[in-house]
Every structure is written in structure tokens, then in C-alpha cells.
Design a protein around this ligand. Sequence first.
Ligand code: FES
Length: 239
Amino acid sequence: MLKNFWYACEFSAAVTTKPKQVRILNQKLVFYRNAKGQLIALQDRCPHRGAALSLGWVKDDCIHCPYHAWKFQADGKCINIPANQPGIPIPKNARVDSYPIQEKYGFIWLFYGDLPEEERPPIPPLPEFEDPSLQKIFFEYELNAHYTRTLENDMDMSHVSIIHSKSFGNGFALEQKMEDYELNVGDWEGHAKVNVRDYTKAKDLFAFVFRPLKANVKVTLGFYMPNITRLVVDFGRGK
Ligand code: FES
């Protein structure tokens, strides 16, 4: 598990003042917003009897457990146990883990690891999300596969003319050859510039979208640690 990275784990618009469970890295977390709209991420397991805090409610910017209503503040510390008589101190271990969290590009990014702030790798630079000339489209789908397989598939150019031969791969030769490509590698990222020649047989919608009659397709296949891929495809009629 690569824990010392920022993970995009939810859409910003999906989290409100109502607690929401988010599962990532085989962990259950609860996300919610306080009255100022700031995000809070806590472990979704009450230290008392293990109830999911995400089934509770938010009041006074604190989350309340649905079982016995223990009240937790943003740093995960319990600050009220309703069943206790006044003056009884709250046990030190009455707390849940809290996690650094940021909002950027329309996503919520979580840092699950243990590095101090100044040593954390950055959120990947994705300036296209802030470019007003581009239309942003958000969608979600689930794949029953290990995430490394999915990343590999995103950056695998040589399968396109084969398995996608009936859709966007239909303009390539059936045994399309790959040329040598230029590779740029940074501290936390890598990008390969690929040129695929003679995309000449596109049909239907793809013939319109991709390009006028005869051209090369230029693709940049990029990867940011730990799990972000970025594809830039020059269709001929646009990128
Ligand atoms: S299980 Fe959460 S307060 Fe008891």
C-alpha cells in the first residue's frame, strides 16, 4: 500500500454536512463539512462500541455517533459522552484518527500517510481542470480489477487497434506497429509521447471526430504517483 501520497477519493460536490462513508485503501472513512463548508475526514469507527460514525449526524460542527451519541470534533477527539455525569473526565483513548484533506480540481484529496506536511509529494498538476476554455466532465465507474492493471491499461497503446477495433480503434491497421517514443520522467510522474501513423480507416462518428482523411494520431500517455493517469490525444480536429 502506497500510503504517503495524496489520493483523489471523492467528488467535491458529493460531500455535504451530512456524513458520508468513503472506502479507500481498504479503510472506511467518514467525510463531512462543517458550517463554514470546510471538509473533515475521520476514521469511520467509533472507539466505544465500533459503530460507523457515518450513520450519525453533524451538529455544532462535530459528528455524533449514532449509538450512544459520543461527540467528536474535527481533530477526532471526543468532547462529550452524554451518559456520563457532569465532571467525569473523557478517557484519552476516546478519539478517532483524523486525516489531512484538500479540495482541488473538483476532487477531494486525502493524505493517508504519516509524512509531515513539508515532506509530502504534491497533488499532481492537472491545469486543464482550471482552463475555462475546456469543458469538464466528471463520471464514475467501477472495475473489478487491481488498480495497477487499470493504470497499465490506460497507458497501453498497442491494444487499441485490437480490442477496440469496433470503436475508436477502428481506424488503425489491424497489426499496427508502434514507433519508438519519447519519454519524460519527473520525481513523481512519467509521460510518453507516441506517434501512431496512418489512422486512415475510421468509420462513422470516429471518422468525424478524429481527423480529416489522412493523418497521424499523436498521444501523450502520462502517469502520476500513485494512481493518476493523464491521456492527451490529438484527434486532428482538436485535442
Ligand atoms: S458506539 Fe459510538 S458512542 Fe457508543
